[in-house]
Design a protein around this ligand. Structure first.
Ligand SMILES: Cc1cc2nc3c(=O)[nH]c(=O)nc-3n(C[C@H](O)[C@H](O)[C@H](O)COP(=O)(O)OP(=O)(O)OC[C@H]3O[C@@H](n4cnc5c(N)ncnc54)[C@H](O)[C@@H]3O)c2cc1C
Length: 352
């Protein structure tokens, strides 16, 4: 039985490594544009030089799984067509191409490997007292601004967003902002309208010049599903049934950021359980057992604030905020364990 996995992120890797354990007859091919698994949740560290976020696919995939470097241009009719023209036939496919970025012109995106590498090189060339602006007041922007400020205290780092850290409870938000200030990050609660020649203009009319402007907002998904004629939502995510199969083709499972699961946001914390559930569903199908619906459940969200501080915000299963949050060393350990757990789960096919 041929299984093709498109995308070797958290969801694709976990799915491939789990299927190989559960479905012994599966011949699995994983297709990814790069020969590495990229820990996207560590891309801000890649930029700051505090962690290497890429690991060779060969050391992440279990024996017997084939890794194929390439980009899938179209998927459907039991076939995945690659950018070099080759077509791989499949009995089942896992669409796991993740999410992407839509950077404002004049900025460098944090959320892709290529953007992170460009940012890392530029950052390394900046002399002391240079100005760095991070656009995006959500988790990615907060983690990026804090990581850079801690790693390069000689730089002037600023974070800009309509309301920085507004997706946290009152207490957690206050702590996040206090920690950013402790690291000398200037917080600007405003929207950016354009960036031209390194000058960012804000809705309020203010403007400031930077030597490096980073776009720390993850938005949209690759257009592979839409291009392939699968039904997608307004963000381009493929619509799925309650077992995470495309509503157009039961042979295609869709998992991770590119799946239109009601209530889901872009999160590694969701990609892993979805991949695990879809892999288990395939095993059930093969064994002729009854299928079980996937149910989405949140635990919380956490941000690092450099290497020595973090805030972990607990949520209800539907992602609404609880008042409880953790800070300090406990939060740092919790977040690091979750991050390591994401990679471990991808490599071993466990979790979820
Ligand atoms: C700096 C940063 C910090 C983050 N922190 C957190 C966090 O703390 N907690 C959390 O839950 N989430 C976090 N996220 C979000 C998290 O990284 C994503 O939700 C997660 O990576 C989604 O996993 P995925 O497997 O769906 O997609 P990805 O990890 O994006 O993997 C998708 C893979 O598919 C490949 N691909 C794309 N198109 C094609 C194609 N046409 N053919 C073949 N392959 C293709 C890509 O190259 C990539 O390798 C963070 C993101 C960033 C950028």
């Amino acid at each position: 039985m041929k299984v093709v996995v498109v995308g070797a992120g958290y969801a694709g890797m976990l799915a491939a490594n789990r299927i190989t354990k559960k479905v012994k007859t599966a011949e699995i091919t994983v297709i990814n544009p790069r020969p590495d698994f990229v820990e996207r949740v560590r891309l801000h560290q890649q930029i700051a030089g505090t962690h290497v976020a890429a690991t060779p696919l060969t050391s992440m995939l279990r024996d017997g799984i084939t890794a194929r470097v390439g980009t899938v241009e179209k998927i459907g009719d039991g076939c995945a067509t690659l950018d070099d023209g080759e077509s791989l036939a499949f009995d089942y496919a896992f669409l796991a191409v993740g999410s992407t970025v839509r950077p404002m012109p004049g900025t460098i995106p944090v959320g892709t490997w290529e953007g992170a590498e460009e940012a890392r090189t530029t950052l390394a060339s900046l002399p002391p007292d240079s100005a760095v602006t991070v656009i995006g007041g959500g988790a990615t922007g907060i983690e990026t601004a804090a990581e850079l400020a801690e790693a390069r205290p000689d730089l002037r780092v600023r974070i800009v967003g309509p309301s920085v850290a507004d997706n946290f409870s009152h207490r957690a938000r206050a702590r996040v902002r206090a920690e950013l200030r402790r690291l000398n990050v200037v917080i600007v609660d405003d929207g950016v309208t354009e960036v031209v020649d390194g000058v960012a203009r804000l809705r309020s009319g203010a403007a400031f010049a930077s030597d490096l402007t980073l776009w720390a907002i993850v938005a949209g998904v690759p257009d592979l599903a839409a291009r392939s004629g699968l039904t997608v939502d307004t963000e381009g995510r493929a619509l799925v049934d309650d077992c995470l199969r495309s509503v157009d083709d039961e042979r295609i499972f869709v998992v991770g950021d590119c799946a239109a699961v009601p209530g889901a946001r872009f999160a590694c914390a969701l990609a892993a359980p979805q991949a695990a559930h879809a892999a288990d569903t395939l095993a059930r199908l093969i064994e002729g057992r009854a299928l079980e619906p996937y149910s989405l459940r949140y635990l919380g969200r956490a941000v690092t604030l450099g290497r020595k501080s973090a805030v972990a915000q607990f949520t209800h299963p539907d992602d609404t905020l609880r008042r409880t949050c953790l800070t300090g060393r406990t939060a740092v350990v919790l977040k690091e364990l979750a991050t390591r757990g994401g990679k471990y789960g991808a490599r071993t096919g466990t979790g979820g």
